[in-house]
Design a protein around this ligand. Structure first.
Ligand code: SAH
Ligand code: DHB
Ligand code: MG
Length: 222
């Protein structure tokens, strides 16, 4: 199987099931024009996030790693009118592009972009004693993945869902001797999901327009 085959199948699925509207198309265009890297979720993955949030009946969503707000739009569209989404982004430039994209998508009332290192933003967020989040999407610097899973546990309730992106690392996730910070962080997060008494988790490998990758899902229990 080749990347070309994965692309054509993704194009078929995406064209049929998850076509873009103007706000999504413009979000990617403006992200590209601003020089943001092309590391947003694919359309069919964005729709998966949206479906998971809807199945979850999510009213409150936390995202760690905003980029240009493409995944944020998919997630934000799952929320009811009085729902709330907090998305955390290190880069002020990325956050600014994301705010524009969210406003054009009509989500600026629902979605709040907080700028800074996510670990700082999470400390500040927790100090506000927010209502628990129903879904947390972790998609930022992979070295901090175990810390993000710990914070997700702090900020959720029994029944909440944690989604962790990019868990395959080109297959290197199996290498327990790896010195790569992203591999180590991802392995530590998966081990936490495996061993934590309040988490029930699985992980899946994926192929598609983003190449070979995967994600983990964990449900918070009592
Ligand atoms: N979720 C987005 C993609 C996020 S890419 C989408 O699918 O559309 C990862 C983002 O995490 C980048 O914008 C990067 O600037 C941000 N990031 C990296 N390190 C971070 C940190 N320590 N705190 C917050 N954001 C961080
Ligand atoms: C990268 C980050 C992502 O979140 C992603 O989905 C793909 C790639 C990266 O940093 O290369
Ligand atoms: Mg990602």
């Amino acid at each position: 199987m080749t990347q070309q085959q994965w692309n054509s199948v993704d194009d078929y699925f995406t064209g049929l099931l998850t076509p873009h509207d103007d706000a999504l198309t413009a979000a990617l265009r403006d992200s590209d024009e601003a020089g943001l890297p092309h590391i947003n979720v694919a359309p069919n993955q964005g729709k998966l996030l949206q479906l998971l949030a809807q199945i979850q009946g999510a009213r409150r969503i936390l995202e760690i790693g905003t980029l240009g707000g493409y995944s944020t739009i998919w997630l934000g569209r799952a929320l009811p009118e009085d729902g709330h989404l907090v998305t955390l982004e290190y880069s002020p430039e990325h956050a600014s592009v994301a705010r524009g994209n969210l406003a054009r998508a009509g989500l600026d009332k629902l979605a709040e972009v907080r700028v800074g290192p996510a670990l700082d933003s999470l400390t500040a967020l927790a100090a506000e004693h927010p209502e628990p989040f129903d879904l947390v999407f972790i998609d930022a610097d992979k070295a901090n993945n175990p810390h993000y899973v710990e914070w997700a546990l702090e900020l959720t309730r029994p029944g909440s869902l944690i989604v962790l992106d990019n868990v395959v690392r080109g297959g290197a996730v199996t290498d327990g001797t790896s010195t790569d910070a992203s591999v180590r962080g991802t392995r530590a997060a998966l081990e936490l999901m495996a061993n934590h008494p309040k988490l029930s988790a699985t992980a899946l490998q994926t192929v598609g327009t983003k190449g070979y990758d995967g994600f983990a899902l964990a449900r918070v229990s009592d």
